[in-house]
Design a protein around this ligand. Sequence first.
Ligand SMILES: *Cc1c(COP(=O)(O)O)cnc(C)c1O
Length: 426
Amino acid sequence: MIDYHQPDTSGHFGRYGGSFVSETLTYAINELREAYARYKDDPAFLAEFHYELAHYVGRPSPIYHAARTSRELGGAQIYLKREDLNHTGAHKVNNVIGQAMLARRMGKPRIIAETGAGQHGVATATICARYGLECVVYMGSEDVKRQSPNVYRMKLLGATVVPVESGSKTLKDALNEAMRDWVAHVDNTFYIIGTVAGPHPYPMMVRDFQSVIGEECLQQMPEMLAAQGIATRQPDAVVACVGGGSNAMGIFYPYIPFENTRLIGVEAAGEGLDSGKHSASLQRGSSGVLHGNRTYVLQDANGQITETHSISAGLDYPGVGPEHAWLKDTGRAEYVGATDAEALAAFHHLCRAEGIIPALESSHAMAYAMKLAKTMRPDQSILVNLSGRGDKDIGTVADLDGVEFYDRPSMRGHVVKGAPTAGDKA
Ligand SMILES: *Cc1c(COP(=O)(O)O)cnc(C)c1O
């Protein structure tokens, strides 16, 4: 068993992480650190967190043996951790509930968040609706255009969506704008970051909330393998996609001590790792500071953040959580890529062979797992974190496949008299 204690008290994972924030945010960050330190092991806080996960999110999420796929590949058995079955359709909600509970205890009635594809925005708007908190979501104006169903979902849930016009008008700009809002409203505002990035304590705190995924797997996998008559043990490999890195940290973290289990993060290789059109910060980036922490970032010779690309908006981020940078350098985790085309093929495979429409993000993990399985024996096992469902992606997939996709045109312009308009405040 590997003895693992990260980060240190100042939030460093080796040379990565830490807290690079302006003077004006120091107060808010310290207040958050103190609150998290106070509640992270508080039995009442943890009991409420697990109650919410069980009764609102629907945890534990099951593990499913993709038997047909495994048989066809002829190698290792592939198992899927079904985070796509969570309420709101992905792993993001686990973390949002934890942070929203903290906001309530800190007496902050106003929540802000950044979002790229809109998944974190929808999860945040959902929990704010349930807890009666004001919710403001920053979203790049390019993403607002590309992800209109999620923008409408957030409005239905009562959130205000603020389009961000600066920079490349995408996720990293939305994060900058949310930080600016936080500086201006620290007294009444809690910033819910959606991945294991940001200044300390965010990378640790988000990892802790998401590690419920891996904790469940530690119990479920040996039970599953024993029920199938395979020896009671943990999987030989755990595979997860990496955007900012929260679903991967959530499933990796409890497995870090188990040195016989390989941990493999799959980045978006876009049109190829050497095409210049990808989001593979760990494989093609270098050390730099982004959004309040030191990590691997995609930057040019002058330290300017470079443009990223992926078919999946949730992986399209030029940085990565600092703990992944540390796990890469120490060799405890491996990082590989899956291209747009490989992810799209895995997407279609899961639809047709297993009856599961996966998120395009999760399809990257599945694509690599299918390659890896062929190099392993049938008595070995691979656990894939199926981070989300793909309903949000069917328009993108239809476009990529050159299929025309009609969004109920006959309903356009149909108005229900007397119904409230989305976004109206009670
Ligand atoms: C947001 C998202 C991701 C990427 O974020 P991580 O922080 O890397 O997990 C992956 N899968 C789904 C379904 C998402 O919504």
